[in-house]
Design a protein around this ligand. Sequence first.
Ligand SMILES: Cc1ncc(COP(=O)(O)O)c(C=O)c1O
Length: 384
Amino acid sequence: MKDLIYLDNAATSHPKPETVYQAVDNALRLGASPGRGGHQQALTAERLVFETRELLAELFNAPDSERFVFTANATAAINQALFGLLTTGDRVVTTSIEHNAVVRPLRELQDRGVEVVKVAVDPASGIVSPAALKEACLSAKTDLLLVNHCSNVFGSLQPIEGLGHWCHQQGILFMVDGSQTAGCLPVDFQTLGVDLFAAPGHKCLLGPQGTGFLYVAKSIALTPLIYGGTGANSHSDRPPEQLPERLECGTMNLPGLAGLKAAIEYILQIGVAKIRQHELHLLDYLLCGLRQIEGLTLYGPADAAQRGAAVSFNLKNTAPAEIGYFLDQAENISVRVGLQCAPDAHRSIGTYPQGTVRASPGYFTSERELDQFLQAIRSCQQRS
Ligand SMILES: Cc1ncc(COP(=O)(O)O)c(C=O)c1O
C-alpha cells in the first residue's frame, strides 16, 4: 500500500497538529463540562472554553470574545444566523457560488416568504463583482448581504474588502461564510466590518470535526434555534439574554473545543500570513503542474493570489468519479469528486451535473506529494 496523500483539506484538514490529538484526549479524561458544576473539573473546563474564545478573538481581531458562539460545524452556525435573523418579508442578497450550507437554509426561508437574490459570478474566474452585489442590494430594501469568502469548489476568493462598511452605510447587515478561509488567510473582523461570520473549526483552523463557530457583532440579536440548559439562570424557563450562553444550550463538545484551542495556538505560533504564504506556494506549484497536462481543463482564477487552496479540474474523456476511484484505489490519493455539496457553484461555471475533481492541499502538504499526485493524473490521462 502506498503512503496516503491527502488532498481533501477543503472537506476537513488532515493531519491535525500533534497537540490537537493530545488536547482532545486530555479533555475527554477531565470528566466535567463547562458551566455544569462548581467543582474544580468543571471550572477547568469552563476556563478552557473561555480561553478558546479569547484565542479566536485574537486570531480574527474581534473586539469581544463572548460574541463567538460555538457550534457543531459551519452549517449549524449558518443556520443559526439565517433562521435567527430573517423573517417573512426580509430580503437577502448572496452569490451564485454558495455551498449547500447556505443554499438550503435560504431555500427553506424562501418558502417562508424571504426574498433571496443570487448575484452571478464571472463564469471564467468564479469571482463576483462587488459593484453587481451593491447594485442588487440597492434595487430594493435589503436586510442582509451574505458572501462565501472562498469557493470550496473553484477556490475563487471573493473581493469582500470594503463591502462590510458599505453595507453599514446602507443599513444592511454583512455576513461572511468563512469556511474555506478562517485559519489559512488573514481575516480581520474589524477591518472587514463583518456582522456575522461562520466557520468550521475542522478545516483551515486545524481543529477536530464537530467544532465550528458563529461570530455575532455586538448590535445584533438572534433568535435561538435551540432551547435548553445553559448551566446559568437555571431558575428561568427562558434562555439567558447574553451571548454566548443564549445560543449555546446543551452540553458542549469539550474535547472538540480543547482540540480547537490547541489548533489555534498552533496557528498563532506559526502566523496566518506564513500559512498563507506556504499554501500560495503549493497552489502555484500545483496549478503550474496541472497546466502542463494535455486534455486537462482547469477552473477558477488563473492567478493563485485570487485563490484559496481548492483546485478543480476535469480530464478529457474521463469522468470525475472514475478519476477519484483510480486515485483512491491505485494511488492512495484522497481527493473530492462530483458536486462537492455546491451544485449552484457548478451551474455558475458550467460543470454541472458531472462536477469536477477537486484537489485541496493543506499546510502539511509537501511538494513531493504534489509531484506524486501530478504523476498519478498523467497516468490516469494515459489510460483514457
Ligand atoms: C464554503 C463552505 N461553507 C460551508 C461548509 C459547511 O461546513 P461544515 O461541514 O463544517 O458544516 C463548507 C464545507 O465544505 C464549505 O466549504
